[in-house]
Design a protein around this ligand. Sequence first.
Ligand code: SF4
Ligand code: SF4
Length: 463
Amino acid sequence: MNIFGIRGGAKVSGRKELTAETPVEKLPMPRLLHVPLQQHVGSPAVPIVSVGSRVKKGQLIAESKGAVSAPVHAPTSGFVTRIGNHLAPHPSGLPVLTLSMEPDGRDEWCKLPEPLELETASPKEIAERVSEAGVVGMGGAAFPSAVKLSMGDKYDLDSLILNGAECEPYLTCDDRLMRERADETIIGTRYMMKALGVSKAYIAIEDNKPASFKSMQVAAGENSGIEVVYVPARYPMGSSAHLVQAITGRETPASGRTADLGVIVNNVATAFAVYEACKLGRPLISRIVTLSGEAVKRPANYEVLVGTPASDLMKQSGGLIEEPKQLLMGGPMMGQPLPNLDIPIVKGTSGILALRGTEIPEQNIMPCIGCGSCVTVCPAGLLPMEMMNRLDHEDVDGADEIGLRDCISCGSCNYVCPSHIPLVQFFNYGKGRLKEQDTDKARHVKIKVLTEAREKRLEKRAP
Ligand code: SF4
Ligand code: SF4
């Protein structure tokens, strides 16, 4: 298949060899689980069990609330020991409402819903099942998948792209999933295609993962409407806009959605979760997590229950060789720095990294030398040094004028900058300021509309 050229992108050091060649290992049952009730984009789930309740594996423990939300299920059988705030898997360090439970060691399933047959299930039934199973985007975005799978109602869709690019360095959880669970992932893809009403799906894999490519190609078979395609190993190949550009040649408009172009993008691990939900009736209660970095004694991929403390994961894998210079959740390009390992693994956790000083880019910041490397690599076609310059002078509107909102915070500019300027931190700050301004503007518009409506009402009442 012909792959279209993409704009920008950087060749980054993969460090995938630390974990890519060993099979996924199962983690022993943790002593305690801390299951956050907000692991997704949207409203937090609301607990429906209380402290002291015995719950079974897969049982609904918190209901979704609102149109964009996701329910949460018990990762194993045991007793609810606490419902209260716990450190969130987020660098803010802010606590979120979390249900803690003590496993009883029996790992006893609750009664699961009957399998949905692909041939007879309607698109609506598939989306409902995915919603009930609490499936969210597992590439890190954690957007409730049922909302995406219902987009066929509103958009004129023609294809689904499954992201198996895994362009972030160190992470290999999707690579291992595609090698070890290809058949199940392809079945999940078929359910997704049916829900969206599309007859074409592409599985996009970077051209440095031949083993994944082969296993997915065999599982997809011929004439299935599912095509496994190589995309260039160039960061950030896994961004939705880039996958759509590379595979279909269509450009996602600024601040637009790929659905506007007829394409829905999902992660391969999400397709596996859809398989488990539809075919086995199982909710999303575990995932594959890459534990890596040179400070880790035994880097590997693990099947981990949601709610497992990251410290347990580290302990079970042999612990640390030395005090890490940096802890991250996710990859080094877009991952979130962690203050410690007290946070639990959630549905969107693709990796936990513990890095040595030698693995972290030079921190010695120097003035911009105007080399233009950041412009060359920017996949969004922006002028990072100029945006940084404007933000440095508190000119947020000026940065907005030259495309700040189109920045996807991929970190490519940071990576190549010879002056080690933390460009993406400027952009995240600027985008935060823009959000505040938007909220203020929306508030002013609302006040204006309400005031005008009130004045009109008073005019009508006037004798
Ligand atoms: S972080 Fe933003 S400005 Fe920098 S390369 Fe990525 S998209 Fe471009
Ligand atoms: S890469 Fe760094 S030094 Fe070069 S122009 Fe961009 S900001 Fe300046």
